[in-house]
Design a protein around this ligand. Sequence first.
Ligand SMILES: [Zn+2]
Length: 289
Amino acid sequence: MNRRLRLVLILSIFVVLTFHLFAQAQEILPVKLKSISGNIYEILEGRGARGGAYIGRNGVLVIDSKMDKKSVDETIEGIRKLTDKPIKYLINTHSDWDHIEGNRYFPETVAFIAHENCRKEFFAPRRDGTPSDWSRPDLMPFLPAITFKEQMNLYIGPQKVELWYFGVGHTTGDAVVYFREDKIAFIGDQAFLERPQLIHSYKSGNSFEHVKTLKRMLDTLDAEKFCSGHSEIADRKTIAKHIAQMEERQQKVKLLIQGNKTLAETKNAFPENEGLLIETIYKEIKKPN
Ligand SMILES: [Zn+2]
């Protein structure tokens, strides 16, 4: 084999292997429901964020809706393996794609619930400026039909399911779904624990408000398990640490700004993967009131 042919062969093998590894990394596993406590489940895998399900005496409540038909079909199939009770409610914890797109693949008979601001954000353009398609008349049945401002309760049997709003943070309409008897809270994307927190400034999210909002949540709810859209279940200590880390970053950015550091210099003082968050904090501090 001549050298050129050998090189082509090696390169081809490299390309195939890289592609294979990439495909594996992208592989989407089928949706599965995992019990956290009694009839409260986390909805894992599929396309979209982690969600939740609660099987009440009179029906089923789902938290967040994944983002494609296959994942929704698998979610419904998973619920059907556990119960034949109807899916009565679906709560969107906030307006990000990976939590709401699947609404349209659920039956029209489901009542969709969200915070008032979350419903408004359904119609807002996406981060890249793409317009939302939620104004389409055929999608109207899948929009939140019931909204709340501060707090509301749902009874799907004897157990009360509490919906709370603690303020602006990740977006302006993040809801917490709380199961008081089990001390389990579903908090959507209000605490990224394995990667830097996303704060959607383009939806008027705010990192300083995020800190206050999470403190209010910890003060108000005696939750012990916090289920979030992109992290493993966390305890109170982990959420408190998340808040403290955010405050430390904010403090450091403040000091760097006082030292007349530019945005680029400020970002360089932090790990590379925190760039987006640091930019958000920097702009929040710089923004004239
Ligand atoms: Zn998410």
